[in-house]
Design a protein around this ligand. Structure first.
Ligand code: ADP
Ligand code: MG
Length: 573
């Protein structure tokens, strides 16, 4: 084949290619326009879209507006009013700074903008087609900007093909607006999709009010306030990290990670580091494969974070990832541990409404850190949620222990409760003396499948730390000589099988999973008849654990029916 001649692309083609980096889909336009409105100091932002954003999108803000003589420049590539020097990149306090959005949008859509800076000026109306100004007239309006985008990607058929259904694009648009609404509770957002009012926030500065709009009242009632942070020192200068926001009680959770919202210096970002930090804080509180709801605001000095690593600014790079990780993990963990409520048969918890204090930020604990020399994240301090002293009444259906406390009736799932006890005991043992083990009278010969074989090779060291001594003995055959002592009366073979077959990825905490399997298979089975003494002993041990209300998989261990609730049920109250 004959090579084609090398040519420089025309400016129009080059602009369309460049636009693709910033404007991937309608929701990316919404994101860029929202950021511009917020940078302009808007207190009210209205978004309207039609046809999944492809037909039209309109954003109206009451921000500063653009000076008449700057409008056409603003649509040029790398045109920005927000930074002027390379050094400014070190200290970015605005959401925009690349000066690419308006140029990119104008390259792939028709744009109409009306804007005014107020103060006695009239205002301007400008139309661009294919990135070129085709109309610029005076038009009166109050200060602020309205920008209308039509026929997005009409001139880029290849891009159009990759878009999903209108419904998918609409849901992405709603997702973007929701995230900014959560990040800026003091701004009044509205979103109208194809004539339907989809979202409307109050703009009163209360995060809880935004949470109610976005996740609903029932979820909002189960949100817990996060308020934490640390001060580190670097080259003699204080580096404060504050973490505020809200997280859901473990009982509200999702199949996906869509309800994890991270804001760094009020910029919406995605971050695997922060996802891991939050999910680790829920360790032992959620069932496998479930994900929490979280709104996490991180405030750090701008120089501590590089926001210029991604064309759409969707990710950031922290100078000190470990400090961020551990501060977020601890702040969330201590919220969860301090407030874990006993599940109630009827809702008796006070809703958290009105307690969200977005403005109050506190710094606690100080810790020195140097980049690269930060101690590994430690578990957050655990606040004990002790049970009151309970009097055992009896067992129901071979699995539920019924007990009386100072405030009513407790119904305890014997297996789940014992699992929690074993989980905490084993975790403590592992951390201090190590797991106790027990030799088998005769070695057990274990045949494994090829997949199990792979896992076993990978895990053999870990398993030894947990009390399993397993030696190779021919092709896919092993000899088990020693097992964890807690499993001597339980089904150690089943526990081992579960460990070798548990699904895992990079985020899996293998040790914690092993402990969960040991706890599950050493705990008393559901259906086992217990004597009064055995039940009393179980309750005594449950009184001693840190988180008596959930099993290690996040399921409840008990229900509480208060006297007040009983009286209400019987019509006495
Ligand atoms: P950036 O936000 O990175 O500066 P943009 O292309 O998004 O780049 O915007 C270019 C410039 O246009 C901004 O720097 C700002 O001065 C101006 N601008 C854009 N949108 C608005 C708006 N809604 N209100 C006021 N000024 C705006
Ligand atoms: Mg911008």
């Amino acid at each position: 084949m004959k090579m084609k001649k090398v040519k420089v692309l025309s400016p129009q083609v080059a602009a369309k290619i460049a636009a693709g980096e910033v404007v991937e889909r309608p929701a990316s336009v919404v994101k860029e326009l929202l950021e511009n409105a917020l940078d302009a100091g808007a207190t009210q932002i209205a978004v309207e879209t039609k046809g999944g954003g492809l037909e039209s999108m309109r954003m109206t803000d009451d921000g500063s507006g653009i000076e008449s003589e700057d409008i056409e420049t603003a649509f040029g590539r790398y045109a920005t009013s927000k930074i002027s020097d390379v050094e400014d990149l070190e200290d970015i306090s605005t959401l925009g700074f690349r000066g690419e959005a308006l140029a990119s949008i104008a390259a792939v859509a028709q744009v109409d903008i009306t804007t005014s800076v107020g103060e006695g000026t009239v205002g301007d109306a400008v139309t661009l087609k294919d990135g070129i100004v085709v109309r610029h007239v005076q038009q009166a309006r109050p200060h602020g900007t309205t920008i209308t985008i039509r026929d997005l990607f009409r001139n880029v058929p290849a891009r159009l093909k990759f878009l999903k259904s209108t419904a998918t694009e609409n849901s992405r648009i709603a997702g973007v607006v929701s995230q900014y609404a959560l990040a800026y509770p003091e701004v009044k957002f509205s979103l109208n999709i194809d004539g339907r009012a989809t979202l409307q926030t109050a703009g009163n500065g209360k995060l809880m009010d935004v949470v109610i709009v976005i996740y609903g009242l029932e979820t909002a009632k189960k949100m817990l306030e996060v308020n934490g942070g640390e001060v580190g020192w670097q080259a003699g200068e204080a580096v404060p990290i504050t973490v505020t926001g809200m997280v859901g009680a473990p009982s509200i959770n999702k199949a996906g990670r869509e309800a994890l919202n991270f804001f760094v210096n009020r910029r919406v970002i995605g971050s695997r580091l922060l996802t891991r930090a939050v999910e680790e804080a829920y360790q032992g509180l959620l069932m496998q494969g479930r994900h929490p709801i979280a709104i996490i605001n991180i405030t750090i000095p701008p120089a501590e974070v590089d926001v210029n690593i991604h064309p759409t600014k969707a990710e950031v790079k922290f100078q000190n990832e470990r400090a961020i990780f551990s501060t977020v993990q601890k702040a969330v963990r201590s919220t969860l541990v301090a407030t874990a409520p006993v599940p109630q048969i009827e809702e008796a918890q006070k809703p958290y409404i009105g307690q969200a204090a977005v403005g109050t930020r506190s710094l606690w604990t100080s810790q020195n850190y140097e980049p690269g020399a930060v101690p590994l994240p430690e578990p957050a301090p655990t606040v004990r949620m002790t049970l009151p002293v309970l009097r055992v009444i009896g067992q129901v259906a071979g699995n539920y222990i019924v007990a009386e406390g100072p405030d009513g009736l407790y119904i305890i799932d014997q297996h789940a409760a014992h699992e929690r006890i074993m989980y905490e005991q084993l975790t403590a043992q592992k951390a201090s003396r190590g797991i106790q083990f027990q030799g088998l009278l005769e070695p057990f010969s274990l045949d494994v499948s090829p997949q199990q074989d792979e896992m076993l090779k990978l895990d053999v060291g870990n398993l030894r730390d947990f009390g399993f001594t397993i030696e190779p003995f021919g092709e896919r055959t092993y000899l088990v000589r020693i097992i964890p002592a807690v499993l001597k009366d339980g089904d150690w073979l089943e526990a081992l099988r579960e460990i070798l077959e548990s699904p895992r990825d990079k985020t899996t905490n293998v040790e914690d999973n092993i402990i969960k399997s040991l706890a599950c298979h050493s705990a008393v089975r559901a259906g086992k008849k217990l004597s009064d003494d055995e039940m009393r002993e179980l309750i005594r041990q449950l009184e001693k654990v840190n988180l008596p209300q959930t099993c290690p998989h996040g399921r409840p261990t008990m229900l509480h029916l208060s006297i007040g609730q009983l009286e209400k049920e019987f019509g006495r109250a």
